[in-house]
Design a protein around this ligand. Sequence first.
Ligand SMILES: NC(=O)c1ccc[n+]([C@@H]2O[C@H](COP(=O)([O-])OP(=O)(O)OC[C@H]3O[C@@H](n4cnc5c(N)ncnc54)[C@H](O)[C@@H]3O)[C@@H](O)[C@H]2O)c1
Length: 414
Amino acid sequence: MKVQKAAVVGAGTMGAGIAQVLSASGIEVLLKDINQEFVDRGIANIKRMYDSRVKKGTLTQTEADYLFANVKGTTEYNGFEDVDLVIEAALETMQIKRQVFQELDRLCPPHAILASNTSALSISEIAACTKRPEKVLGMHFFNPAQFMKLVEVIPGVKTSRQTTDTALQLCRDLHKVPVRVEECPGFLVNRLLFPYLNEALYVLAEGNATPEEIDRAAVEFGLPMGPLTLFDMTGIDVCAHVTEYLYGEYGARFHPSPVLKLMIEKKFFGQKSEKGFFVHQKGTIPAKGAKQELNPELPALLEQARKDFAPPKNVKPFDAYRLILPMFNEALYAIQEQVAEANDVDIAMQWGCGLSRGLVSLAEEKGLDWCLNELEAQQAIHGERFRPAWILRKLVRGGIHDFKALTNEPVAAR
Ligand SMILES: NC(=O)c1ccc[n+]([C@@H]2O[C@H](COP(=O)([O-])OP(=O)(O)OC[C@H]3O[C@@H](n4cnc5c(N)ncnc54)[C@H](O)[C@@H]3O)[C@@H](O)[C@H]2O)c1
């Protein structure tokens, strides 16, 4: 099916960005929110996105006007009776998603695909409240949706192959980079990112490296910013919520660092509260690579964390692999669970996290036997957070050092 008319439910940060992307590919888009003020704000944001493209010279004014005219704001479901696709980007609660999907199921034509941009909720559960679960799936765009290339396409238990293929093709038509991810907590990118973020906080609590050293190591390794800067930008409260959720789902590998709880108690949420790991001025975003001022209350907080958690005494000198290995190991868990293909892990981490080199291919360069030895050594010191995925042992025992060698073979039994 070729998508010619679409709707986006929720005209906030993500909804406006997604509607702009659809409209820029010549698709007619209805943008719905609960009141006119929110619709107008969303439409004004889309106008700004087009204006900035004209300013940059990537569109002429005539082209921008023509494409912008594809978007129509609405507070009602009028016009939904002939859409081919709806992408829901309303608030992140199951109650709201269920209510929206029940309405969409009732009002949209039988052939329409209903997608959710949820970051974490169960696609299968959302689909189950409709009479067309085979036509429901996740399309997880990243923020800002108009710039970020990656879209995680997530089928639920009942999603048909045809629905998934249509969504994957649509993403390509939108000039995005889609990866198919089987439904699991955190999907792919967040599932891999959080062990890395959490490990940075363990290093801090140990006093094994300063915040600047931690961030610098990550940037030198190939990430666009350090983990502590990312915490501050994303919101430490949001990150704490996600970490607790993933810990609840996956257990010991995601055991939250004690630093996180203390940061929340002190209301150090990052940029939004003007204090996180660094100090921030309201409304300003630090320039890339600019020196940041440390939160002066951080040393006392870390002292407290050390008392609460008694770090291991024999830790190895800090380097970037202390942070990257938990991310790589989680990628292997995802691969062995058939959540994603090895090649797609690299694509997702490049386009979703800005990692300048593929994660899996990087580990292959270092040697899978080296990765296994290092994980085992860190597991002996730090425990379950570093327990190697069994597929790594299997590959090393089998003398296989290249995931591409497995391309036409199942990585684990399906
Ligand atoms: N912000 C991000 O970085 C990000 C990234 C990826 C995915 N997401 C997910 O995208 C979704 C939207 O996030 P956001 O950051 O754009 O939120 P937001 O708060 O900026 O926007 C949500 C909008 O949905 C509207 N809304 C609420 N209930 C509605 C309903 N019943 N019908 C129509 N509109 C309704 C709200 O009025 C609001 O304008 C969430 O599920 C979120 O988890 C967010």
